[in-house]
Design a protein around this ligand. Structure first.
Ligand code: 3SL
Length: 244
């Protein structure tokens, strides 16, 4: 069966919400929000509530039982003062997150997820769970939109190369004749650099910013492929593992 049409948006600011209606939306923020969400759920977090800003995060946190919720996230890569955790996936160990719901606030990733919420089917992708995402798209009847969070409206190479990897795998390594411009760009980037993902991502603008702030461990971790076989989905504003 021929995969449905795909397209790629390169930042959370590059489209209007109605464009996502009736599409399956795959949100990608390799560095680091979607990698952190996948890790937290894989390590036993119950669910993740993505929020758009600090005001929304504190409003929710004031209305819930603090034993079961953690306030998490960053602003410009740095853990927000007073939060339980920042945005390093390596912080989200089983000891830290088991059974908890995270109220999660990040610079680009959670804003992209919130903006995707009008779509009936929203999935969360990272290199860590890439094959689980691709498997969920095989046989999908709606068109597929790969939504890269980017960085404040700009393209991010690490998100684009994952979008390309997903398209590549979904189409058995061939570019469909009728591919959109976005699909061609992402596919082409992956074809050129797919063997050297970590080296390419290490040279990205976002990696350069992060290395200065937190070193390179998070980046190396976020480039690992398929270490989590799970599909996080967004339903009614809450992300949890899809159990079929
Ligand atoms: O923009 C985001 O959502 C982030 O994941 C940014 S950072 O990796 O924490 O810098």
């Amino acid at each position: 069966m021929k995969p449905k049409n795909t397209d790629v948006f390169f930042s959370a600011q590059s489209f209007d919400e109605p464009e996502l209606r009736n599409k399956v939306v795959v949100v990608i923020d390799v560095l680091r929000a979607t990698s952190t969400i996948v890790t937290a759920l894989s390590n036993g977090a119950k669910s993740v509530i993505p929020v758009g800003d600090m005001g929304e995060a504190s409003k929710i946190s004031q209305s819930v039982d603090s034993d079961n919720y953690l306030l998490c996230g960053e602003k410009d890569g740095v853990k927000i003062q007073g939060y339980d955790h920042g945005n390093s996936p390596l912080e989200y160990t089983p000891e830290a997150v088991k059974g908890k719901t995270l109220i999660f606030n990040t610079t680009n990733g959670t804003k992209a997820i919130k903006k995707a919420a009008g779509s009936p089917k929203v999935r969360i992708a990272s290199f860590l769970n890439m094959s689980a995402v691709v498997d969920s798209l095989i046989g999908e009847e709606s068109d597929i939109l790969l939504l890269c969070a980017g960085w404040k409206g700009r393209l991010a190479v690490e998100d684009t190369i994952l979008a390309g990897a997903i398209i590549h795998k979904l189409n058995n390594g061939t570019l469909p004749d009728d591919a959109t411009d976005g699909t061609r760009v992402a596919f082409g980037l992956y074809e050129k650099y797919g063997e050297n993902i970590e080296q390419v991502i290490m040279k990205s603008n976002h990696a350069a910013r992060l290395v200065k702030l937190v070193g390179s461990d998070d980046i190396e971790y976020c480039c690992r492929r398929d270490i989590c076989n799970l599909l996080p989905v967004l339903k009614h504003g809450i992300i949890s593992i899809n159990n079929g």
